[in-house]
Design a protein around this ligand. Structure first.
Ligand SMILES: O=c1ccn([C@@H]2O[C@H](COP(=O)(O)OP(=O)(O)O[C@H]3O[C@H](CO)[C@@H](O)[C@H](O)[C@H]3O)[C@@H](O)[C@H]2O)c(=O)[nH]1
Length: 450
């Protein structure tokens, strides 16, 4: 009967923070009776480790990266990526028209041109947003020109959002000018959104209640998050939940063994996700701050960042800390030894921490992370944001103080309580009858009846 299942193509932007929620959403769709194919592009073909035993297919199309011989500008990258990937996406759909036709393309909202390809090829299109609704609302105001980058006011009041200071708005300060292609790329998520047949977002209703009300009064956004904990209806698929398409090799054994030997609530987990790159001096301050806190720590430092660690740090810190290149983050956050998460505030990391009831120390780096850190501190009340000095450096004393406050202080107890509340509400959203679970179910029913 498998051949009769409606076939859905899922096309994430090829980066870990976009692939993870797209894969989780895909697994849930497959578990609900759809045939799902994820399409990756060749820029991740060397690093992507695709599990063999999952119920979805994973295919690769060219994004032209094989032809790139010289360093590209960001603008050049987006241009080349769009030109090659849109052409090859169309070809991919055409080639399967006879044997395995697809009905819908779920595409990452940062690639609005994929909707045009879907419609041209006779498919329906669903935009999939991987960032917070609050951040999407800010991007919309950048799109309409209500706010401009570089930001002109010290504080902005936007509909349904708490007042945002310059440091709370999405950060592009590493960019040379206001016409930068990353700002444009993010604002352009709204370019043809009106034409999308569905719009999904990886958040949940109670977490961002007001801004979701505002957004849904304009577009039919459906919450489907936290995607990684979406409930599967079929028991035999529960093993699949932990399967990921990793672009980095996680060290499962070592991280779990090390955490197992630590006491309950004694470890700071530190990670800055798959893209952020700290300056060497910042790495040094962080290394010292962790040591000064005297707490145990598990610090993920990607292989490409390792050379910024102070000399001999790993061996010097071995009594207190474990430094790994990548870990199974959701398992780590669920471990009883983990007391708090020092994070760059990527949206997946934020949702994963909330779902595990773990308080946060927010150390945002760029794009949405600054706004997420504002939400974490002032809206969700689950964390503290570190303060940087006048040179933008977060000093070791500040890091030490924040860790101590969250792990030992009264403030920490309140944050933990609040995180526990979000854990319950996140679970409620994805459990049977919950808002996110219902939105997924309704989507599947629509497709089964097409
Ligand atoms: O050792 C690690 C570290 C991370 N992760 C996973 O990697 C993902 C990281 O995602 P995220 O926290 O969102 O960070 P980025 O990788 O930085 O994600 C990019 O994409 C996100 C979604 O659009 C944005 O919110 C971020 O700012 C952007 O940098 C999460 O699912 C983590 O569980 C691991 O499995 N092991």
């Amino acid at each position: 009967m498998a051949d009769n299942k409606p076939h859905i193509l899922v096309f994430p932007f090829p980066a870990q923070g976009h692939i993870n929620p797209a894969l989780d959403f895909s697994k849930c769709l497959a578990a609900n009776g759809l045939k799902v194919t994820i399409i990756l592009t060749t820029m991740v073909s060397k690093s992507a480790q695709v599990p063999s035993n999952i119920s979805i297919s994973v295919e690769m199309i060219s994004d032209g990266s094989e032809e790139v011989k010289e360093q590209e500008s960001i603008e050049g990258f987006f241009k080349r990526f769009k030109a090659a990937a849109s052409q090859n996406l169309a070809k991919f759909i055409q080639e399967r028209r006879e044997t395995c036709p697809a009905k819908v393309l779920v595409y990452d909202s940062t690639m609005p041109w994929a909707l045009d390809v879907a419609h041209q090829e006779g498919l329906l299109g669903a935009s999939f947003f991987t960032q917070a609704s609050g951040v999407c609302a800010v991007y919309y105001h950048l799109y309409t020109g209500l706010i401009k980058f570089p930001y002109e006011d010290s504080e902005v009041m936007l509909p349904s959002l708490t007042p945002l200071g310059v440091n709370d708005l999405p950060c592009f300060s590493f960019l040379p000018d206001s016409n930068n292609s990353i700002v444009k790329q993010l604002a352009d998520q709204f370019l043809n959104l009106e034409e999308a047949d569905w719009i999904f977002i990886n958040t949940f209703d109670k977490l961002e209640y007001e801004v979701l009300n505002w957004i849904t009064s304009r577009w039919p956004f459906k919450t489907v998050g936290p995607t990684f904990s979406l409930t599967y209806p079929e028991k035999e698929l529960t093993n699949e939940r932990t399967q990921k398409i990793n672009l980095f090799e996680p060290n499962y054994e070592e991280s779990m063994k090390w955490l197992d030997s630590r006491e309950i609530g004694s470890v700071v987990y530190v990670s800055f996700g798959s893209v952020a790159s700290l300056k060497e001096q910042q790495m040094e301050e962080l290394a010292h701050g962790l040591m000064m806190s005297n707490c145990y720590f598990l610090w993920v430092v990607r292989a490409s960042e390792e050379n910024k660690l102070p000399q001999n740090f790993t061996s010097m810190a071995s009594e207190k800390g474990l430094v790994l290149n990548w870990c199974p983050q959701t398992d780590v956050l669920d471990h009883r030894a983990v007391a708090c998460f020092m994070t760059h505030c990527g949206w997946n990391s934020t949702l994963e921490a909330l779902s595990s009831g773990v308080p946060l120390i927010a150390m945002p780096q760029w794009v949405d992370q600054t706004t997420n850190s504002k939400l974490i501190e002032d809206e969700f009340n689950v964390g503290l944001r570190v303060k940087a000095d006048e040179n933008g450096l977060v000093r070791r004393e500040e890091i030490e103080m924040c860790i101590k406050q969250v792990i030992q202080g009264e403030k920490g107890k309140k944050l933990k309580e609040s995180a526990g509340k979000w854990k319950e509400l996140a679970k409620e959203a994805v459990d049977k009858g919950g808002s996110s679970a219902t939105n997924v179910k309704d989507f599947v029913s629509e497709l089964l009846n097409l």
